[in-house]
Design a binder for this molecule. Structure first.
Ligand code: NAD
Length: 473
């Protein structure tokens, strides 16, 4: 038996089978999660389908009001949900620069309210004696949301709130590593929304695959790895599902020689290590001009050697890596970099004992073709590479299959902006990285995804256009 439930058609649903949920700091199972079958999926899709006509016709102002109420309710349960996040995800409540579970809950609440206030007004293309032509935005129907384990609740909110705001109904499947915060939040949300509007089922990738082939789901919004995104894209073809795919990133940052190292280093460190490096748009490859290379390496190493890593339930800067597979990958990338002769300025070896702990690691003098540079590590390890020619740095930064974010750092903002606009990525920052907000579109180019989230642009992705042509003549 589990203390947690699926939510289908507004009701808490128990299951015959459960799967264990581990605390990555202790490697101990601390809860059982109900495991949905394909029958549960069919029931959830049928409930969402039944709820759609009424929800899609609900007055826009009423949907906005209800979503504000969802934001308020989640805020009222912030402490409880943040504690659950720490248990299943590992992140500390406060953490380095205050970017832990409390920060995730702050984002949850902020995104609810900001998205509740967005609107998609009718656009008038023509209005003369001959005709009036209007462009309307209509909801797609039933949206399937599949989420990852790094920001379990924040990413769920990024998916479901714009989907609901624009009149769709939703079925969400959280990651099997971190399902509980989402199940608990779904209970809270279902006390506000009509039955069937927002359903949550839990299970592994096979349940996600069943969602992406389901003939009665109209769109999949997915955040996760690029290989899984490709599988979803292939299996969504059956009924031409609409897709928003937010996939992996291997973001590069270029630091020009006029950069104030002491001012930039703490920001670079924070945006590389946000969420213990397990962030899609974290800074993951740092290219520094040779004139300031050693100064930047030493400044980053000083910060890295001063932070603490440990069980997120204590007062630490960083928690464990969320799961064994990711931990093993970070360990392997570090070991390969070490074998290649790279210079380690901090960390480098997994922490002995229980828990998936890996200390914050800064790696200098590393070759471009090392796996740590070529692949997204998704953990607390940052390679620092040297350049002498800016065009060469730009070429190396763009030499990646990914294109989520990128940044340029300089005291000459105009020069940095011109260079940033030549980065092949969905968001380019100047003197910052990984900063997102609810009204600015965010998404990847190349193999980092399809479509964008946030703001009016993100909201439009949950709609199709209907053109109304009214002849007057
Ligand atoms: P993952 O692709 O392994 O899993 C994500 C989700 O997909 C889980 O819920 C999983 O159960 C499900 N899934 C697995 N196989 C599936 C299949 N065949 N069909 C449908 N669903 C399936 O990713 P992850 O390991 O949870 O997350 C880490 C990755 O996510 C990193 O690469 C990271 O960069 C990326 N990410 C991207 C963003 C972004 O906004 N671009 C944000 C966070 C994470």
């Amino acid at each position: 038996m589990s203390a947690y439930h699926l939510i289908i058609d507004g009701k808490a649903v128990g299951t015959e089978e459960c799967f264990p949920v581990l605390n990555p700091a202790t490697e101990q199972v601390f809860a059982q999660c109900p495991k949905a079958t394909e029958e549960h999926l069919d029931q959830a899709v049928a409930a969402a389908r039944r709820a759609f006509p009424s929800w899609s016709l609900t007055a826009d102002s009423e949907r906005s009001r209800l979503i504000h109420a969802v934001g308020d309710a989640l805020e009222a349960h912030s402490d409880e949900l943040a504690k659950l996040l720490t248990l299943e995800q590992g992140k500390p409540m406060g953490g380095f620069a205050g970017l832990g579970a409390g920060f995730e809950m702050g984002g949850v609440v902020a995104w609810c309210h900001a998205t509740a206030d967005l609107e998609l007004p009718v656009e008038v293309i023509q209005d003369n004696d001959e005709a009036r032509i209007e462009v309307h935005r209509k909801p797609l129907g039933v949206v399937g949301s599949i989420t990852p384990w790094n920001f379990p609740l924040l990413i769920a909110i990024w998916h479901i709130i714009p989907a609901l705001r624009s009149g769709n109904t939703v079925i969400l499947k959280p990651s099997e590593y971190t399902p509980l915060t989402t199940l608990r939040a779904a209970q809270i949300i279902n006390e506000i929304l009509p039955p069937g509007v927002f359903n949550v089922i839990a299970g592994d990738g096979s349940l996600g695959a069943a969602m992406s082939t389901h003939p009665d789901i109209n769109k999949i919004v997915f955040t996760g790895s690029t290989p899984t995104g490709k599988k979803i894209m292939a299996s969504a073809a059956g009924n031409l599902k609409r897709l928003t795919l937010e996939l992996g990133g291997n973001d590069a940052a270029i630091v020009l020689p006029d950069t104030d190292v002491q001012a930039a280093a703490p920001k670079i460190f924070a945006t590389a290590m946000i969420n213990n490096g397990q962030t899609c748009a974290a800074l993951k490859r740092l290219y520094v001009h040779e004139d300031i290379y050693e100064d930047m390496c030493q400044a980053l190493a000083a910060i890295a050697n001063s932070v603490t890593t440990g069980d997120g339930s204590g007062d630490v800067d960083f928690g464990p890596i969320q799961n064994k597979a990711q931990y093993d990958k970070v360990c392997a990338l570090a070991a390969e970099a070490k074998a290649s002769g790279a210079r380690f300025l901090s960390g480098g070896e997994p922490t002995e004992g229980v828990g998936y702990f890996f200390p914050v690691t800064i790696v200098a003098d590393i070759a471009d073709d090392t796996r740590l540079v070529r692949e997204e590590p998704f953990g607390p390890i940052l390679p620092v590479l040297k350049f002498s020619d800016v065009e060469d740095a730009l070429r190396r930064a763009n030499d990646s299959a990914n294109g989520l974010g990128g940044s340029v750092w300089s005291s000459d903002v105009e020069r940095a902006t011109a260079l940033a606009s030549r980065l092949e990525c969905g968001t380019a920052w100047v003197n910052n990285h990984a900063m997102i907000q609810p009204d600015a579109p965010f998404g990847g180019v190349k193999e980092s995804g399809i479509g964008v989230e946030f703001g009016r642009y993100g909201l439009e992705e949950y709609t199709s256009i209907q053109t109304l042509q009214i002849s007057k003549a």
